[in-house]
Design a protein around this ligand. Structure first.
Ligand SMILES: [Zn+2]
Ligand SMILES: [Zn+2]
Length: 337
C-alpha cells in the first residue's frame, strides 16, 4: 500500500510499504480523509515524543476493510472515525480516570502507524461509527473537535462568561464555535490573518482584533477588566506570555496551543497570587470523542467551512507547503478518492 513515511527530522517520502497486520481485537480501516495537524509538524520536526520512522496521521475517517476475530461491533463497509489514543485501562492513571495520562499511552499516528496511508490498523475500542449525514472529510474533524471539547471542560466556562481566544486557525475557530455552544456570552478573537478573522466573525465572534502590534491596547480598551476565560490557540510562547495579562481576577487561562518542547514563558507569580488566577493545560482527548460526534451530527458546528484545502497522498509535499507557507490556511486534509 501507499503511505507517507516520516523517516527522520524533516525527511519524509510517499512510498510502497507492507499493509498493516490486523490483531484479534483490531480493525483495518481504508482511509478516506486525514487532517494534517500541528502535532504532525512537531513529529516531523522531531519536537514530539514519537520515534522515526513513523507513519503519522491521527485525524482520520474511513471504511472498515476487515476485522480481527474478536471484533464484535464493526463489520466491513462500516463508516468509522477514531479516537487515536489507546489507553491501557490497567495503570494507576487509567484506574483514577486520568486516561489521557495513561502510563502506557499509545496513539495511532504518534507511537504506531497512522492514517497518512491507504490502510491503518485501529483497536476496536478506539473506533466510532460516523453519524449519518456527515462526510468523511467532516468526520475527520471529530478528533480535533474532541480535543477542543476537553479543553472547554478544563476551562470550567460558566454560562454568560466572556472569552478571548488568541489564534483563529482551525483549532481557534473550533474553540470559538464550541465555546458559543457552551454558554459563552461574547467571544473575541485575535489573529494576524484578516481572512481568518473574517471567517471568525461569520461564525459568530463578537469582536475580532488584528494582531498588528497594537492589539494589546485595543483589547484593554474593549475589556478594561479583562476576560473570564482567555485561551491561547497559537502555541507561540511570546503570544502565550502576553495573553495572561487579559485574564480577569478569578479567571482561567487555558493554554491549548502546543508550544515547542523546552520553550519557556515568563510569568509573574505575584500576579497569579494577587488575581486568583487558574492556569490550565489540556492534553489531547479524554473520552470526549462521542460528544464531538454528537455535536457534529447536530449540525451545530460547520466544520466543512474550516477545511481550506485537500490533496491526495501523492501530493503530500503540496499539502505540507500549503500548511507551512500559506498564512491563511485552515485545516488541510489528505483525501483518498
Ligand atoms: Zn491533531
Ligand atoms: Zn493506562
Amino acid at each position: 500500500m501507499l503511505a507517507c513515511v516520516f523517516k527522520a527530522k524533516n525527511q519524509w517520502a510517499v512510498e510502497e510499504v507492507a499493509e498493516p497486520e490486523c490483531g484479534p481485537d483490531e480493525v483495518i480501516v481504508r482511509v478516506k480523509a486525514c487532517g494534517i495537524c500541528g502535532t504532525d509538524l512537531h513529529i516531523l520536526q522531531a519536537e514530539y515524543f514519537s520515534d522515526f520512522p513513523i507513519i503519522a496521521g491521527h485525524e482520520f475517517s474511513g471504511v472498515v476493510e476487515r476485522v480481527g476475530e474478536k471484533v464484535t461491533q464493526f463489520k466491513p463497509g462500516d463508516r468509522v472515525t477514531a479516537d487515536p489514543n489507546i489507553f491501557c485501562d490497567r495503570c494507576y492513571y487509567c484506574k483514577i480516570n486520568k486516561n489521557n495520562h495513561c502510563l502506557n499511552l499509545e496513539a495511532v499516528g504518534v507511537t504506531r502507524s497512522g492514517a497518512f496511508a491507504e490502510l491503518v490498523a485501529v483497536p476496536e475500542k478506539c473506533l466510532f461509527p460516523i453519524p449519518e449525514g456527515l462526510s468523511f472529510q467532516e468526520a475527520a474533524m471529530a478528533e480535533p473537535l474532541a480535543c477542543v471539547i476537553y479543553g472547554i471542560q478544563r476551562s470550567n466556562l460558566r454560562p454568560g462568561e466572556r472569552v478571548l481566544i488568541f489564534g483563529a486557525g482551525p483549532i481557534g475557530l473550533l474553540l470559538l464555535c464550541a465555546f458559543q455552544k457552551s454558554g459563552a456570552s461574547l467571544v473575541t478573537m485575535v489573529d494576524v490573518s484578516e481572512k481568518k478573522l473574517n471567517l471568525a466573525q461569520e461564525l459568530g465572534a463578537h469582536a475580532v482584533v488584528v494582531a498588528d502590534g497594537r492589539e494589546g491596547s485595543r483589547l484593554r480598551e474593549m475589556a478594561p477588566l479583562g476576560f473570564e476565560v482567555v485561551v491561547d490557540a497559537t502555541g507561540i510562547p511570546a503570544v502565550q506570555e502576553k495573553a495572561l495579562q487579559f485574564v480577569q481576577p478569578d479567571g482561567t487561562y487555558l493554554l491549548f496551543g502546543v508550544a515547542p518542547r523546552g520553550a519557556l514563558m515568563k510569568v509573574e507569580p505575584y500576579s497569579i497570587f494577587k488575581n486568583d488566577l487558574r492556569i490550565v493545560g489540556s492534553f489531547a482527548v479524554k473520552k470526549t470523542m462521542q460528544y464531538s460526534l454528537n455535536l457534529l451530527a447536530s449540525g451545530a458546528i460547520p466544520v466543512n467551512r474550516l477545511i481550506s484545502a485537500s490533496f491526495t497522498l501523492n501530493d503530500f509535499g503540496l499539502a505540507l507547503s500549503e500548511v507551512l507557507d500559506n498564512p491563511d490556511h485552515l485545516k488541510v486534509q489528505i483525501v483518498f478518492p
